[in-house]
Structures are given as C-alpha cells and as structure tokens.
Design a protein around this ligand. Structure first.
Ligand SMILES: [Mg+2]
Ligand SMILES: [Zn+2]
Length: 178
C-alpha cells in the first residue's frame, strides 16, 4: 500500500491563538487564515494535531477540558470540510520525564504507524523551537511559524528550519515544494 504524506500541526499559536491553558471552548479563537490553508494542505496530506498540554500535569486544567477543546476544534474544522485524522496531546510537564512531550517524536511515530505515513515527505508546523526539534527527531521537515509565540522564541531555534509568518504562508510554501 502506498504511504501517505502528513502534516503534523501544533495547536496553540498555530491553529488557534495561544491564550495559555485553555479549559473552555469559548476561549478558542481560530486564526482566520487557517481554514483556507488546511483546505489546501489536505488535498495532498493527512492532517494531524500534536499538542503539549502540560497544564494537565500542573493541575491547572483537566484532561477532559483538553479533550473537550480538542473535539471542539476538530468538529469546527470538520464543519468546514477539513478532516483532522487524529489528535494527540501530551498531558505531562518537563519534570515528568515522559516519552511523549514534544520535542520527543513519540506521537509522530505513533501516527506514522497507525496511518501508514511516510515521514520523509511529511512536515511539522509549529510556533515553538520544540516543534522544529520534534520534526528533526522524527525525520519530518519542520516549518517554524512567527504566529503565536514564534516571534518571541525565534532566537532560541537550534536547528535549520524554514520560517513562515503563519500557517497560510506555510501552506503556500509547502505546496510550492510539491
Ligand atoms: Mg504552539
Ligand atoms: Zn508526555
């Protein structure tokens, strides 16, 4: 069976505004440009969301809060014709030394197994240096965004990465590479 290419999307600062630990769906604010961008990308790629949600381990939000917000996001996208194939979240904080927190490639590798994804033709897009590092660790091409916290952390980037203003620019860049 032919393998699929995938886009691994960060959530906060990439698809929605990063407003800290979100527990309520009413606090979800989509960037308006993401709908067209994801519509374009899903023509060639399976879309996944991978998000670090350390607020769970810190006791600031509950696991069901995060699941509720994630479901709200995927259902909103679905209503606009955009399919997110799976959403993965790490509930841990750094001190937990877990297997799954980005920059660890755990969820990318899991998705690759579950959905028959070819990593070499896949991308990760996010607004934190750990997203870029996660991509390097997994063997997918990273794209660093200046939306969300991207501008603030740009000088902490330790790996070469394409840098784009936001998901809209990233989608056009990716399509130009095909
Ligand atoms: Mg982010
Ligand atoms: Zn974890």
């Amino acid at each position: 069976m032919a393998k699929h290419s995938a886009i691994f999307l960060d959530r906060d600062g990439t698809i929605i505004e990063d407003n800290g630990y979100i527990s309520n769906t009413s606090d979800v604010i989509f960037y308006p440009h993401i709908f067209k961008a994801l519509e374009l990308l899903q023509k060639h790629f399976l879309l996944f969301i991978i998000t670090n949600q350390s607020g769970i381990s810190k006791g600031l939000i509950s696991e069901s809060d995060v699941q509720g917000v994630n479901t709200f996001i995927t259902e909103t996208l679905k209503a606009k014709g955009i399919a997110i194939f799976d959403t993965f979240y790490c509930p841990h904080k750094n001190e937990d030394n877990c297997n799954c927190k980005k920059p660890k490639p755990y969820f990318i590798k899991k998705a690759a197994q579950l959905y028959n994804v070819d990593l070499t033709s896949s991308f990760i897009i996010g607004d934190h240096p750990s997203d870029v590092e996660c991509g390097i660790n997994a063997g997918v091409t990273p794209i660093y965004l200046l939306s969300g916290h991207g501008k603030k952390h740009q000088d902490e980037l330790c790996f070469n990465s394409t840098v784009c203003k936001d998901l809209s620019y990233a989608s056009k860049f990716i399509m130009s590479t095909l």
